[in-house]
Write a new protein. Structure first.
Lengths: 523, 440
């Protein structure tokens, strides 16, 4: 406004340097008041004019007419709203120190068939976007959040430039446009969503631009084919296998290996057919004859077998290992009519035992074969134990998570309970029980939880201070996420003796109690 | 104590996050013995690091806390922990006769309240001495105000451009003089000016506005006797005269259903100030309750957002009554309905009317119905059904929260309006009051 600008300029310079501006007053009443200032000193005139003018514009402040287009209205949520107590828990999870409870809270909310409280939608959508692509756990939480959105959440996401990238538009033209022009991570999100409901459509989209994509993108996009994978994907995967990028080919191999009827698996089986032979004996025990592949040829390279071995392994044993890792281990038990445990025992007695065990472990994990993974786990535990020392085994720790997850829960836990009850060995020494428990990321059964807790009380009481004991103490907060919350009172009673684990036990019990309240509020 | 206290509200009583965290871990049955309750209070004993357990008690009216632990923080972790425990596991506390130490504490408080009441009802010690003190103060303040006026005029002769280079002491010296002159309200305004030259673009606009406003106050103060009584009260209040709250509480109160619709905490110097806004359901009048606390103490707050209080409020005398205290609380429940101004023009007119009654009004409370939040180019505005709009001063996250709560449908927004910035306090969704925005 011109008069105000004039006044400000005059004030900046000072009345000693510039005269007080006079301006036509915008209203009669203001005019009269300004007129009364005539006889005053310049400073007083300037101050008074400014005061009058400022007050006049404030009193006259007015909302602006006209506005940009209003947003559409959101359709109503299909699910009933979340109970207020449960919403408070979510507030604590998002703002307090119970952040790791979010995944469970979302699951229970979904089970209860309730909608997310609207006030927390921005925080949750932000989290879903930022967690996306940050490793398997982050991805899982991100997916969990997206699945728990009801009409209001999806509507809100549609209004926001970053959030909307994570939702597939239903209109085919809009979809193609989003596919062709989005960022890599939003396109990955798009594929993931479409794969969940229409894998063929996702395949078509990817095929349409495959030739123009760089290898990093190809690898990321292809990885989404784990969702909704089926033999229908095979032709496309074979195309991907024929490409040049190592990473893309490795992903294609992984996917093809999970299709037991694929030609890749068939080709591997043919290769191994002559290398692994079971010699049956009428008297005495059967034996496994193992020969190593002689040469490395182009076809092996095409099928994703790497030529150069990692250090510590000979190249021919390396090739055998990779082949074994691709064929579903179930094929062997079928062919030889032996149980997984029997096959593993045979392998242990043969030449190249280590390679066989390693290869079958990887194959079992990839196929998530419940019987085989259980047999592998027990075999390693009983026989060699070297699965868990990184230097001595090729079986990396990441795979161990998947292996443990693949074993059916009841069987896994009854075995672990047996281990836990052998307290002296399991909790003190370098026993793999800790490694196994800390990778058991499913809600624990009551019996196993109680057995573990019973093992921990004497450990805390003993006041030992070795690192093996401390790791149990540090893991308490993690265990608290999986132990049945109904055990909270029992656990508190169990811990009521003098020990030095106060801080960790407090946190442990706080988490258990919080989870109990959380579940109560939604059930 | 409000009926619907949540654990969040209990945690909010903790003076800092350390106490809050410790209180949570103490909110377990295993930590407490000899728990009990009656209609007035809860109590219990908590084992600490000392030999004897600490005795903690919570008086529901207030609330007020007692604990025998040596911590200087009030309420301490034991007090808050006890309160949390009663909310999480109410069945643990059985009705019982309070133990000796609780009875002593409650009796002590009652005696103190009695002493205060007696003091109030006693006649003034020496009315002549009081009058002399008042006259002396008035003389000092007038002198201080005169000096300030001349200082302002001098500033305008030299020009405001020079202010960017002035050190802090330039303002501090003037503020200190005003404190000596017993005009703390004027001193506060001068101190606020100190931050403006460094506040970025347009600082000279803001500086001119504030200086002119201050000048208006000084001119009004000079003509105090010629002004209507209630405007005199407001001016005196602005300059720095305070009211004795006990005396004020004796005045007749305005009874209404007062809805607690907003809360903001700001920091001034070494004090934390909490503004709690109440909206009278019948009177459609706003009331502002102020609470102060030094930095290491928690703000006393028995007003929780979303409460509907059947209460009597006494207002500070002013040409536009706004600041108030709660004289009597009859009942509390949760808000079930909230009606405000029907549209933005009405709200804006209310602001103009308020400003004409008190030119030094800082903000008013605007509860306005039938508005929707809209985003334009990263900024948020609210629009009403008459197609008027106002810009919101809000963080992006809170803007999206408004949109999430609205879903494109009209909502009732409660905000503070100062003629330029609309600062949202809460949203009434039709079922609950959700706080929005605020200092972080």
């Amino acid at each position: 406004m011109k008069p105000w600008a004039d006044l400000t300029r005059a004030a900046l310079l000072g009345t000693s340097r510039t005269p007080v501006p006079s301006f036509p007053a915008p209203s009669a009443s203001l005019d009269v008041l300004l007129g009364e200032l005539e006889g005053e000193t310049p400073e007083r005139r300037l101050l008074a004019s400014a005061a009058l003018f400022s007050l006049w514009s404030h009193v006259g402040s007015h909302p602006s007419p006209g506005h940009p287009p209003r947003p559409t209205t959101a359709p109503p949520d299909r699910r009933p709203p979340c109970p207020p107590r449960a919403a408070q828990h979510l507030a604590e999870i998002l703002q307090g120190d119970m952040g790791s409870m979010l995944e469970e809270w979302l699951e229970v909310l979904a089970e209860a068939g309730r909608a997310l409280p609207h006030r927390w939608l921005p925080e949750l959508l932000d989290q879903a976007v930022s967690l996306f692509g940050k490793g398997p756990e982050g991805n899982r939480l991100s997916q969990s959040i997206l699945r728990s959105l009801d009409a209001r959440g999806r509507w809100l996401a549609g209004q926001h430039p970053e959030w909307q990238a994570f939702f597939a538009p239903s209109d085919p033209d809009a979809l193609t446009e989003r596919w062709e022009s989005g960022t890599r991570s939003s396109r990955v999100a798009l594929l993931q969503q479409i794969r969940a409901s229409d894998p063929a459509l996702a395949r078509e989209l990817l095929e349409s631009t495959w030739n123009e994509e760089d290898s990093k993108s190809r690898s990321a996009f292809l990885a989404t084919f784990h969702i909704g994978s089926s033999p229908a994907d095979e032709p496309f995967l074979e195309t991907a296998l024929a490409g040049r990028s190592q990473q893309v080919r490795a992903t294609a191999v992984d996917l093809l290996a999970r299709l037991p009827t694929s030609r890749l698996v068939e080709r591997m089986q043919n290769r191994l057919h002559t290398l692994l032979v079971l010699e049956r004996r009428l008297l005495g025990q059967d034996q496994l004859q193992v020969s190593l592949p002689d040469t490395y040829d182009q076809e092996m390279a095409h099928d994703g077998i790497k030529e150069k071995p990692p250090s510590g392994l000979g190249k021919r044993t390396w090739w055998l290992l990779q082949m074994l890792a691709i064929v579903p281990p179930d094929a062997w038990s079928q062919t030889w009519k032996k149980s997984p445990a029997e096959v593993l025992t045979l392998a242990a007695k043969s030449e190249h035992a280590k390679v066989l065990l390693e290869g079958w472990s990887r194959a079992a994990t990839r196929q998530r074969d419940g019987k085989w993974t259980e047999a592998v786990l027990k075999h390693w535990h009983d026989q060699s134990r070297s699965i868990l020392s990184p230097g001595r085994s090729l079986y990396f720790r990441d795979d161990l998570d998947d292996l443990i997850r693949a074993v059916p829960q009841k069987r896994l836990e009854s075995w672990l309970v047996g281990l836990a009850r052998n307290r002296r060995r399991s909790f003190d020494e370098a026993n793999p029980l800790f490694e196994l428990l800390s990778r058991h990321h499913r809600p624990w059964g009551k019996v196993m939880a109680q057995a573990v807790l019973k093992g921990l009380y004497p450990l805390a009481e003993s006041r030992k201070s070795t690192s093996r004991v401390w790791r149990w103490r540090s893991a308490l907060a993690d265990f608290a996420r999986y132990i049945p919350p109904d055990l909270a009172d029992e656990a508190e009673a169990g811990w009521s003796f003098k020990h030095s684990w106060t801080k960790q036990v407090d946190r442990f019990l706080a988490i258990l109690r919080f989870r109990r309240e959380m579940l109560k509020a939604l059930r | 104590m409000p009926i619907h206290w949540t654990t969040d509200q209990a945690i909010a009583l903790a003076p800092d996050s350390q106490v809050a965290k410790a209180a949570r871990s103490l909110a377990r049955p295993g930590k407490w013995q000899n728990l009990g309750r009656d209609e007035q209070a809860y109590w219990g004993e908590c084992q600490g690091s000392g030999k004897n357990p600490y005795r903690a008690a919570v008086l529901l009216e207030g609330p007020a806390f007692k604990c025998s632990c040596p911590s200087r923080k009030r309420p301490c972790k034991h007090s808050v922990g006890l309160l949390l425990l009663t909310l999480i596991e109410p069945n643990l506390l059985r009705e019982a006769e309070p133990p000796e130490w609780v009875r002593k504490w409650l009796a002590g408080r009652a005696a103190q309240a009695g002493r205060k009441a007696r003091k109030r009802s006693e006649p003034v010690a020496d009315p002549k001495a009081q009058a002399r003190r008042a006259a002396r103060r008035m003389k000092r303040v007038r002198q201080g105000a005169d000096t300030l006026s001349r200082w302002l005029e001098d500033l305008f002769r030299r020009g405001l451009g020079s202010l960017q280079n002035e050190p802090l002491s330039f303002w501090e010296t003037q503020a200190a003089r005003l404190v000596d002159a017993q005009a703390p309200g004027l001193a506060r305004r001068v101190r606020e000016l100190a931050t403006i030259p460094a506040s970025g673009d347009g600082w000279h606009d803001r500086m001119l506005g504030k200086l002119a406003h201050l000048y208006l106050l000084l001119e009004a103060f000079q003509r105090l006797e010629n002004l209507p009584t209630d405007l005199q009260e407001e001016i005196r209040s602005q300059v720095g005269w305070t009211q004795d709250q006990d005396t004020l509480a004796q005045q007749p109160g305005e009874r209404d259903r007062w809805l607690v619709v907003g809360q903001r905490v700001t920091q001034e110097d070494r004090l934390r100030v909490q503004r709690t806004w109440l909206w009278g359901m019948r009177s459609k009048q706003a009331a502002l309750v102020l609470d102060f606390a030094p930095l290491h103490q928690s703000l006393k707050s028995n007003l929780t957002l979303g409460a509907d209080l059947d209460a009597e409020l006494v207002f500070w005398p002013s040409s536009l009554p706004l600041r108030a205290l709660i004289k009597t609380r009859h009942a509390t429940q949760a808000i079930e309905a909230l009606s405000g101004y029907p549209d933005l023009l009405t709200a804006s007119t209310a602001y103009s009317a308020a400003l004409s009654q008190n030119p030094w009004l800082e903000q008013i409370l605007i509860p306005v119905e039938n508005v929707i939040p809209v985003q334009t180019d990263g900024d948020w505005i609210i629009c009403d059904e008459q197609d008027y709009s106002l810009p919101l001063t809000i963080s992006p996250n809170d803007g999206w929260r408004l949109l999430a709560l609205s879903g494109g449908h009209p909502i009732t927004l409660v905000a503070e309006w100062d003629g330029e910035h609309l600062d949202p306090l809460s949203v009434w969704t039709g079922r609950e009051l959700i706080p929005v925005g605020g200092a972080r």
